[in-house]
Design a protein around this ligand. Structure first.
Ligand SMILES: [Zn+2]
Length: 395
C-alpha cells in the first residue's frame, strides 16, 4: 500500500517539482484510502480550506464575525471558534467531532457567512438577539483522515495524566483495523465520549475504562477545548442556552414507511434526572431542561416541514432512551443547555459526498428554524408534545 503512495510521490516530485510534495506528504492516508475505494470527499472542506474560509468570512463581515483559535488538536491543528451576533441568548454549535461526518462544517460556514453579511431584517434580528458561537471541525485530525476518532495514543494520555499509569485504556479507545481505517497503527479516541457533566473533572485512575453509560474524562485535547469554550461562555453569559451538535448516521427509513430519512433530530441523551433511571444525575435536576430541548427540536422540525413536499420534510427522531453522559450533548444538557442533535444520512466513508448540497441545506434550514424561533421568542410557545409526534427512525 505504502509503496504505491511513494511511487506517486516520487514521480510527482520529479515531474512537478517540490511544490507538489506537500499534498502527498501531508496526507499519506488519502492515497491508502483510495486503494480501498472510499468514495471521494473532496467536495467537503479540508482543515486548510477551513482556515482560509474563516479568515475570509471574518475579513468581509464588516466586523460582525470574530474568529479565534481556541485550541489545538493533538497533531497541532487549530480548533476555531467563530462568533456572530451580540444578543444575550447564547447558542454554541459544533461540527465534525466525528471526522467522517462533514456536512455540518459546510452548513456552519454558510450560516456564519450569511448571518455576518446579510442585512435583511431577519438576519439583523438574529445578530441583535442571539450570540452564535460556531465551532466547525472540532476534531481536525480525524477530519483529515476521514475517520471517526482523533489521533492520540494511550502513552500520550499517560504523559499528560501520569496518575493514569497502569490503568486500562478508556473503553472508547480505538485500536482496530477494518476496510476503512487502521487504528492499530494510528490509534485514537471517540472524542464524543470524552465529556463529563462535571466540567471541572480531573481524570482519576479508578474511572477507567468505564463504559458508555458512565461519564468521560476530558483526556482528549479536542474535548478539553470544547469544554473550555463552553465554560467561558457560562462565565460570560451565566448559561449556554443552546448547544447543537452536527453529525451523520447510517442510511435509514422513517418508521412504518419506505421513505429514506434525510435528517434525524433528538433532544434526549440521558435519562431525566428527576426519574428513577436518571437518579445518578440528580445533582443536575434543577438546571436540566428537557422540555426546552424538545421545543428547540420542534422549531427545527417545523422549519424543515415548511419547505414543502420534498426530501427536506423527511425528518425523523433519532434513538430515544439513551444514556450517554460522555457525549457533549449529554454533558451540556445536564449543565442546563437546551440540546439538539442533528444526524444527516450517510457516513462519509461509504456514502461519500452524495446529496451533499441537499443535506447541507437541510442542516442550514433546521439551524435557522432554531435560531429564528429563539430570536423571536416563539420557541418558548411551541408545544413540547409536538416532539413526540415527530416520526421515529426505523433502525
Ligand atoms: Zn457522529
Amino acid at each position: 500500500m505504502k509503496r504505491i503512495g511513494q511511487v506517486v510521490l516520487l514521480s510527482g516530485s520529479i515531474l512537478l517539482g517540490a511544490g507538489m510534495l506537500t499534498p502527498f506528504a501531508g496526507s499519506p492516508v488519502i492515497s491508502e484510502a483510495s486503494e480501498i475505494n472510499m468514495p471521494p470527499v473532496s467536495g467537503f472542506i479540508s482543515h486548510d480550506e477551513l482556515t482560509r474560509e474563516l479568515n475570509q468570512i471574518e475579513r468581509t463581515s464588516n466586523g460582525n464575525v470574530e474568529v479565534d483559535v481556541v485550541g489545538y488538536s493533538n497533531h497541532n491543528r487549530e480548533i476555531y471558534k467563530a462568533t456572530v451576533g451580540s444578543g444575550d441568548k447564547v447558542v454554541l454549535i459544533q461540527s465534525e467531532i466525528h471526522g467522517n461526518e462533514k456536512v455540518g462544517t459546510k452548513a456552519l460556514l454558510n450560516m456564519i457567512k450569511k448571518i455576518g453579511k446579510n442585512n435583511s431584517p431577519e438576519m439583523r434580528q438574529l445578530r441583535e438577539e442571539v450570540t452564535i458561537v460556531a465551532m466547525p471541525m472540532v476534531n481536525p485530525d480525524g477530519s483529515e483522515l476521514n475517520r471517526r476518532g482523533n489521533e492520540l495514543n494511550w502513552d500520550e494520555v499517560i504523559n499528560q495524566f501520569p496518575q493514569l499509569e497502569g490503568a486500562e485504556p478508556s473503553w472508547n479507545y480505538y485500536t482496530y483495523t477494518n476496510q476503512y481505517w487502521d487504528y492499530a497503527s494510528n490509534p485514537g479516541f471517540d472524542v464524543n465520549r470524552d465529556f463529563n457533566p462535571n466540567l471541572n473533572y480531573v481524570p482519576q485512575f479508578e474511572d477507567f475504562p468505564n463504559n458508555s453509560s458512565e461519564p468521560g474524562w476530558f483526556i482528549t485535547p479536542e474535548a478539553q477545548t470544547i469544554r473550555d469554550v463552553y465554560k467561558d461562555l457560562q462565565e460570560q453569559f451565566g448559561t449556554v442556552d443552546v448547544f447543537i451538535d452536527l453529525h451523520h448516521q447510517g442510511e435509514y427509513v422513517i418508521d412504518g414507511t419506505d421513505i429514506p430519512v434525510t435528517l434525524s433530530l433528538s433532544s434526549v441523551f440521558v435519562p431525566h434526572p428527576s426519574t428513577p433511571e436518571g437518579e445518578k444525575y440528580s445533582e443536575y435536576a434543577d438546571v436540566y431542561n428537557e422540555d426546552f430541548s424538545k421545543q428547540l427540536n420542534v422549531a427545527a422540525y417545523d422549519a424543515l416541514q415548511q419547505m414543502g413536499n420534498s426530501p427536506f420534510g423527511n425528518i425523523s427522531l433519532y434513538s430515544q432512551d439513551l444514556d450517554l453522559p460522555g457525549t457533549a450533548l449529554g454533558s451540556f444538557a445536564l449543565n442546563g443547555s437546551g440540546a439538539v442533535l442533528f444526524e444527516v444520512t450517510g457516513q462519509t466513508q461509504s456514502f461519500g459526498q452524495k446529496k451533499m448540497g441537499q443535506l447541507t441545506k437541510a442542516v442550514e434550514e433546521g439551524l435557522y428554524g432554531i435560531l429564528n424561533s429563539l430570536a423571536t421568542d416563539e420557541v418558548y410557545e411551541l408545544d413540547v408534545e409536538d416532539y413526540d409526534k415527530i416520526p421515529l427512525t426505523d433502525r
